[in-house]
Each structure stands twice: as C-alpha cells, then as structure tokens.
Design a protein around this ligand. Structure first.
Ligand code: UDX
Ligand code: UDX
Length: 413
C-alpha cells in the first residue's frame, strides 16, 4: 500500500521503517528539514536499537512536502502531543496538520491518527478534514512502543487495535498489519483512543503501587524484593512493571496520566487513583535524597554522583527523567553534582549546561564523588561491582553487587 506518515519523530519513524519492512511504500513527512535530510541519508535522528541497520535496508522517502498524500491509500498522523504547563494535552500540531492533509487529499484515503489523543480528538480532526469537502475514511490506531525496544515491539506486538469510523476504513488499516500473528481488535474510534490512555495509566499505576509498597516495607523492616517475589508468583498479578525504585519518567507515562486526569476533571470527574499515581511518583525521587541523608546528613558543598541520566536504559532520551528531579533537589540543597550516563550525556548537557559536572566514565564518577545515587538501570551501572566503593551508595534501581555503605529504596537498614 502507499502510505504517508506525518511526523517523523519516535513513533512516525519506527512506524515508517516497520511498515517499509512489510513491503509498503512509505513517505515520511516532517516540518524539520534536518530530520528529513538525516533520514534520506539513512542516518537515524534518534538512538534506537536496530534502527540504523533497518533504515539502511528499507526503501523509504522523507520530505517536508505533503505532496505524497495525493497518492496515498493511508495517511498516518504521528505528530507530537506534548503537555502544557497545567498538564493538559497540546493538540495544536494534530489540528494544524489536519489542514495540510486535507489540502492535499486528491482521492479516497484513510486518515488514521496514531498520536496519543483523548477520546473525541480524532472525530474533531475528521471534522476539520470534512471542511475541505474531500472524501476520506477515518481511523485511530494507537502505538504501544517502548523506547529502546521500539522496533522490536513494532515487529512483535501483543495486539493491534484499530478504531474505525466505518467498516471500510477499519478494513483498510487492518490490512496493513495482516501479516502480524497477534490479536487484532476492531473498536470504535473513542474506545481505541481510550485504550492507549488506560494501558499507560494502568502500567504507571502498577509502578506507583510497587513504590508505595516499597516505601511501606522500609518502615515495616521488610525487604520489598522478598515481598514482591512472593506476591508476583500469583499468576493473576505477574511481576511485570512492578519494579520499585526512583519512579517513572519518559515522554509518555507522566504526560498521558496527567492529560487523562486533566481531561477527566474538566468533564466533572476527578480521578482519585490516578492523582495518587502522579503524587507518589513525584515524591519518589525525593526518597533517594532522604536515604542519602541517613548516611550524609548535610549534603551542602558535597560532590554527589548521579549515575544514569536517561529516563530508562537503552535510550538517550532525558524527557521527564527522574535524574533531572534528583539533580534539581541536590542543587537546591547546595550540593555539587557530577553525572554519568553511558549514552545520554549529550542530551543531558543540552538541558543542564554548566549547572553540573559530567564524568566521562563510571569509574571517574565514582572517584570524583563523595557519595553516589543510582538513578537509571543501565546494565553497566546495576551490574557494576561496587564492593570496593567506600562512600555512600544510594540505590533507586537495584544494583546487583552493593557495598558496605549502602541504602536501597524498599530495603530496611
Ligand atoms: C508520539 C505521539 O505522536 C504522541 O502522541 C505519543 O504520546 C508519543 O509518541 P513522538 O513520536 O515521541 O510522539 O514525538 P516526537 O519525537 O516529538 O515527534 C513528532 C514529530 O512530528 C517531530 O519530528 C516534529 O518535527 C513533527 N511535526 C510536529 C510535524 O511534522 N509537524 C507538526 O506540525 C508538528
Ligand atoms: C511506555 C509504554 O511501556 C509503551 O507501551 C508506550 O507506548 C509508551 O510508554 P516507555 O515510556 O518507552 O514506554 O518506557 P517503559 O519501559 O514503559 O518505562 C517507563 C518508565 O517507567 C521508565 O522511567 C522506567 O524506568 C519506569 N519503570 C518501568 C519502573 O520504574 N518500574 C517498572 O517496573 C517499569
């Protein structure tokens, strides 16, 4: 099929490469000329496992022009949907590209929103398209990709969800994924939009619940790891997304949960559980500092190592990373920060500039600091043998070989 994808960010690019691997003819459209040039030179603008090799192998075009839409069978909308200051979702990019798409629709095509949008948004998007008088199909098809393993997640999905305005639109979108051997669900457009929010909110809830349990365990004198081992053996509860620690970050969980809360409140229902999920998550990085103070009561003037800057391992992305909150707290207390990350130093430097120091290696961070905090579960960090490190080590992710002067979230001391 001929497919145009508007927005060549994380989701658009993975979708484009993945669909090109399935044999579809793909054009990526993006307003960012630099990104377009990189993609055409087969250089991935983002760090994602396997993406450089895959991009080299597939045929795929990128452009700043919307021309390809006139020939497309399906147009995917993958522009970003960032958070506003108040937590609400900013849909400006989604609606503005609706105008550009409708101006270029020449024949029947299905326009399928893939960006994470609140129930009702795709229908409103369809109303903008309708103003042009063009004939088109409308659908919503959420993505469930995790950064770091996005291409693999695209190739091996748990399920494909297609929200459709009518049977024909749904059939066309579903046909794109027909070679996938997984459950394929056809729903209303609003249900499809909501499925994405509920999936992310539930996963975020699991993490905040695990963190709450860990915090209680510390007080009860119980090791949370032992507790979860016993709890997660119940096959109704499984161990996934119950790793306690410093909290969740990234471009999706915080943004999506806040957007759902904000929209629900505006509609007259203030969700109790989801508010607590966010509140627990905001307090969690502070627990690392609290644990540090049990070993180093005054951090003022001390050099504190922050190990791990990206929001999770396997990515250079520092959006909403726990490391940023931890660094803010430390600087607020008058500490000096020396940070290390195996991949995300460049991204972090753009945000933090000269507010902190950066170590080139893990060893350098350990040597130059008076205490260290483990913030991201990079293998290099959690597998490191800290037994020879004789300063305070505060663990927010679960290091395998700790030292004598050690505190971990969820472990009594
Ligand atoms: C996506 C989804 O769209 C978002 O809703 C979901 O919650 C997470 O994944 P993502 O791919 O991570 O967003 O966003 P980003 O990497 O910022 O990429 C968006 C792209 O759209 C950028 O390359 C940007 O240049 C492009 N864009 C934005 C346009 O081409 N046109 C616009 O009008 C706005
Ligand atoms: C998430 C969803 O998993 C994905 O399906 C959706 O499409 C986008 O949002 P992503 O944000 O890339 O993916 O990363 P994920 O692996 O889900 O981790 C998010 C955050 O939660 C990270 O900061 C991670 O460290 C934290 N986390 C995850 C925990 O603290 N404990 C866990 O058990 C799992």
């Amino acid at each position: 099929m001929k497919i145009s994808i508007v927005g060549a960010g994380y989701v658009g690019l993975i979708q484009g490469v993945g669909l090109a691997e399935l044999g579809h003819e793909i054009t990526l459209i993006d307003i960012d000329q630099d990104k377009v040039d990189l993609i055409n030179k087969k250089v991935p603008p983002i760090h994602e496992q396997g993406l450089a090799e895959a991009l080299k192998k597939v045929e795929l075009k990128a452009s700043t022009s919307y021309d390809s839409i006139s020939k497309a069978d399906v147009v995917f909308v993958c522009v970003g949907t960032p958070s506003r200051e108040d937590g609400s979702i900013n849909l400006d990019y989604v609606y503005s590209c609706a105008h550009s798409i409708s101006e270029n629709l020449d024949k029947y095509a299905v326009v399928c929103v893939k960006s994470t949008v609140l129930p009702g948004t795709t229908e409103k998007f369809g109303e903008i398209l309708s103003e042009s008088g063009r004939v088109f199909g409308l659908a919503h098809n959420p993505e469930f990709l995790r950064e770091g393993t996005a291409l693999n997640d695209f190739r091996n999905p748990d399920r494909v969800v297609v929200g459709q305005s009518d049977e024909k639109s749904g059939d066309i979108v579903a046909r794109i994924y027909e070679s996938f051997n997984c459950e394929k669900l056809r729903t209303s457009i609003r249900a499809s939009e909501m499925i994405k929010y509920v999936a992310n909110s539930f996963l975020a809830t699991k993490i905040s619940f695990a963190n709450e349990v860990a915090n209680m365990c510390e007080n009860f004198g119980v090791d949370a790891n032992e507790v979860w081992e016993g709890v997660a053996l119940d096959n109704r509860i499984n161990p996934k997304f119950l790793r306690h620690g410093a909290g969740f970050g990234g471009s999706c969980f915080p943004k999506d949960v806040k957007a759902l809360i904000h929209a629900s409140k505006s509609g007259g229902y203030d969700p109790l559980i989801l508010n607590s999920v966010i509140e627990t998550n905001e307090l969690q990085p502070k627990r690392l500092i609290k644990l540090l103070k049990t070993l180093m009561p005054d951090v003022k003037g001390k050099k504190i190592g922050v190990l791990g800057l990206s929001f999770k391992p396997g990515t250079t992305d520092v959006r909403e990373a726990v490391s940023l909150k931890v660094i803010d707290e430390l600087l607020g207390e008058g500490a000096e920060v020396i940070a290390y990350d195996p991949s995300a130093m460049k991204e972090a430097k753009k945000l933090l500039g000269d507010k902190i120091l950066f170590a080139q290696t893990l060893q350098e961070a350990l040597e130059r600091s008076d205490a260290c905090l483990v913030v991201t579960e990079w293998e290099e960090i959690v597998e490191h043998d800290f037994s020879g490190f004789d300063k305070p080590l505060i663990d927010g992710r679960g290091v395998k070989k700790p030292n004598q002067s050690y505190r971990r979230i969820g472990k009594p001391f």
